[in-house]
Write a new protein. Structure first.
Lengths: 127, 174
């Protein structure tokens, strides 16, 4: 009886450790996936903003809802888009900086800076 | 005396042996199931990891090509041809379970690369208007069969501005 109990305990401990290991691997994989999707989501948004004319880009900052694919992986994800004027050199055309940042809540419930991309758009100068 | 001791030495009863055999069988069965499940998980993990790396490589190359190109033609939903006025052409197409990229200049093939896609992946190219510019949208997704035990795996969605920089955009406009 003692041997059986010892065997059962060892087996249960092994199974629990194994399940924990699998859960940890799954979690790490999900984080890696989420970071990659967040990066692509930010890049896609940036491309969309770069498609606009210089004059159409309003100097503002707002929070948007990211793509559904990202929300599936990170329900707490938030995307901030900031367009700000940049001081240019005297001969250079006016410029605006576009910054897209995606943040999410980590396991401790703290909003962490996930990924951020920036691009600069210059005004078109007539030849 | 020794023979007498041997005769009376305590052995194992049939019940003890049966219990030991049953316990051992159960343990071996559980270990086999766990090992098999571990191997399966490892295979799936390797596959997903490979796909993730391929998406990173594809993303970098695709954005670079689309930014350099001035026109995009989607001949089939899974086939896209990007060209520049200088005669550079990048053709992306699905071949079996691979996404193939062929770079040619003046109709001479200079480079060919392939990107691994998980079996059952679907590739779709689309052109979307963004103001006066065009966005090339590339989507790769893999539908898991119903009841599949595989964990969720992110697909790929890339929206890239054709022509990238402002100079190329001018050339892209008709």
């Amino acid at each position: 009886m003692v041997e059986l109990s010892a065997t059962a305990v060892i087996l249960i401990v092994c199974m629990v450790l194994f399940a924990q290991l699998l859960a940890l691997i799954g979690k790490q994989e999900r984080i890696a996936d989420a970071r990659q999707v967040a990066l692509r989501t930010a890049a896609n948004r940036l491309e969309g903003l770069l498609a606009k004319d210089f004059a159409e880009l309003p100097l503002a900052g707002n929070t948007e809802s990211p793509a559904l694919e990202l929300l599936e992986l990170l329900p707490s994800a938030e995307m901030k888009v900031q367009v700000s004027a940049v001081e240019s050199a005297a001969e250079q055309p006016a410029a605006k900086q576009i910054r897209v940042e995606i943040t999410w809540l980590d396991a401790a419930g703290v909003r962490v800076p996930g990924v951020a991309l920036s691009a600069w758009k210059h005004a078109e100068v007539a030849p | 005396m020794n023979g007498r001791q041997r005769r009376y030495r305590r052995g194992f009863s049939i019940i003890e042996v049966t219990v030991a055999v049953v316990t051992l069988s159960v343990l071996v069965s559980i270990a086999a199931v766990m090992f098999s499940s571990l191997l399966k998980s490892q295979r799936q993990f390797t596959l997903r990891e490979r796909q993730r790396r391929e998406f990173v490589r594809l993303d970098a190359m695709l954005r670079s090509d689309i930014h350099a190109a001035t026109s995009a033609v989607i001949k089939e939903p899974d086939q896209c041809e990007l060209t520049t006025p200088a005669g550079d052409t990048w053709r992306y197409e699905m071949q079996d379970d691979w996404l193939v990229r062929v770079y040619s200049r003046d109709d001479k093939q200079l480079q060919r690369e392939s990107f691994f896609l998980r079996p059952g992946s679907q590739l779709t190219f689309k052109l979307a208007q963004a103001g006066a510019r065009q966005l090339v949208e590339v989507q790769i997704h893999n539908e898991q069969p119903a009841g599949s035990m595989q964990s969720h795996h992110a697909g790929y969605l890339g929206q890239v501005l054709l022509g990238g920089g402002a100079v190329a955009a001018k050339e892209a406009q008709p």
